[in-house]
Design a protein around this ligand. Sequence first.
Ligand SMILES: NC(=O)c1ccc[n+]([C@@H]2O[C@H](COP(=O)([O-])OP(=O)(O)OC[C@H]3O[C@@H](n4cnc5c(N)ncnc54)[C@H](O)[C@@H]3O)[C@@H](O)[C@H]2O)c1
Ligand SMILES: O=P(O)(O)OC[C@H]1O[C@H](O[C@H]2[C@H](O)[C@@H](O)[C@@H](O)O[C@@H]2CO)[C@H](O)[C@@H](O)[C@@H]1O
Ligand SMILES: [Mn+2]
Length: 441
Amino acid sequence: MKKYSVVIAGGGSTYTPGIVMMMLENLDRFPIRSLTLYDNDAERQAILGQALAIVLKENAPEIKFSYTTDPKEAFTDVDFCMAHIRTGKYKMRELDEKIPLKHGVLGQETCGPGGIAYGIRSMRDMIELIDIMEKYSPNCWMLNYSNPASIVAEACRVLRPKSKVLNICDMPIGTTRRMSQIVGLQPKQLTVRYFGLNHFGWWTSVKDPDGKELLPQIRDYVMEHGYLTQIEIDTQHTDPSWQDTHRKAKDIIAVDPNYLPNTYLKYYLFPDYVVEHSNPEFTRANEVMKGREKNVFNAAKAITAAGTAKGQSFHIDSHASFIVDLARAIAYNTGERMLLIVENNGAIANFRDDAMVEVPCLVGSDGPEPLCQGKIPNFQKGLMEEQVAVEKLVVEAYIEKSYLKMWQALTLSKTVPSASVAKAILDDLIEANKAYWPELH
Ligand SMILES: NC(=O)c1ccc[n+]([C@@H]2O[C@H](COP(=O)([O-])OP(=O)(O)OC[C@H]3O[C@@H](n4cnc5c(N)ncnc54)[C@H](O)[C@@H]3O)[C@@H](O)[C@H]2O)c1
Ligand SMILES: O=P(O)(O)OC[C@H]1O[C@H](O[C@H]2[C@H](O)[C@@H](O)[C@@H](O)O[C@@H]2CO)[C@H](O)[C@@H](O)[C@@H]1O
Ligand SMILES: [Mn+2]
């Protein structure tokens, strides 16, 4: 069996240890010969790199492991790049969340003004990363889950249409897992139909292995409990803000009980509720810095100090096994059915062809083959048309360095009440993002 060479871009990410542990668990399904971490923050990455070097030495000494900030070293002779970078790190996420709140508008990592601000930052670095990858390993595939995935995907479509980049989000995977618990099955036993944009979609069918439609049963549950389930799936989702998000799905589904909604619709359908329930002094970025980031980096420091990972290893992010599934689909032409963010081209029959949509695809060694989801109703279509225009305006604004298009994007966002509020937020975002955004004129 061929062994693969993998680089993780954003090596200092809080997700890196969980993903490395998950890959070690799956070496029989996806054998690895070389694993490299790549980041542009040497100090942050080294903390995880030193600990993971110990983990690798103790568990898979045959894998060549290293970490670096040198693009050539990281990307030479690589088959897969798993990308999860965060341009500006949590410091900028905090501003993305707090600046809109100052203006009475919700502050969120990927939705509304925060997502737009993050989009402009991510786009620049993601395109640079793709170019580096293609320079040193032209046959490499990038499996990207850096956010905001919808804007990054649109930027790839426009700026690097031929590049081997697959954009994927784990939210539908996490929610399908909750659905599987609701009906007492394993996630992989469910076959779903789904349409939408990233962080903006709906399940139209969830079937068991015999083809029985489970949507009505899941709907009844969600209308009462949201997606809150009894079994704790992952540590960060025990945080109060995530619990609230899963609970709030019961109000989202009430607006259209025909389909099962993505939890992110909360930000578009109930922005007033989100603002009322936000603390402008302590947002999700603060919760993550105090929680996941602290825990992961403390665990790394403890392993390095002890010189062994025995008895105190990192948690395996078993949920992240979709990354191995995706790499395997490409490597072994498995034809696995997975939700990916792809150019529409008729997959949603009555939606614009050039939109980057999230739909089920069959994935093989040539990449994704989107499955047709048919026509969608007016309510969803109207919401999606507005949001996709926002995402396209952001990419155009970045390319053209256009203040006007950024203002239009913010004005069009369903989360922003008026053009004057949009302008006030934009002016604050420009000031905060000076080091990352192109100068707009
Ligand atoms: N698609 C999904 O469903 C999904 C799920 C979880 C997380 N994410 C995304 O994964 C990313 C990482 O999240 P996190 O919370 O662990 O953030 P994090 O800040 O802990 O990690 C991001 C890392 O990227 C590094 N980085 C920034 N710019 C870089 C560049 N140009 N080149 C190389 N490295 C760079 C940072 O230094 C940092 O170490 C974010 O984009 C997040 O939104 C996506
Ligand atoms: O607020 P954060 O940083 O905890 O999470 C933001 C991300 O949330 C989603 O990913 C979830 C995923 O749905 C869940 O199953 C589990 O793996 O945790 C992830 C992170 O909490 C979302 O899909 C991402 O795009 C967000 O970045
Ligand atoms: Mn996501």
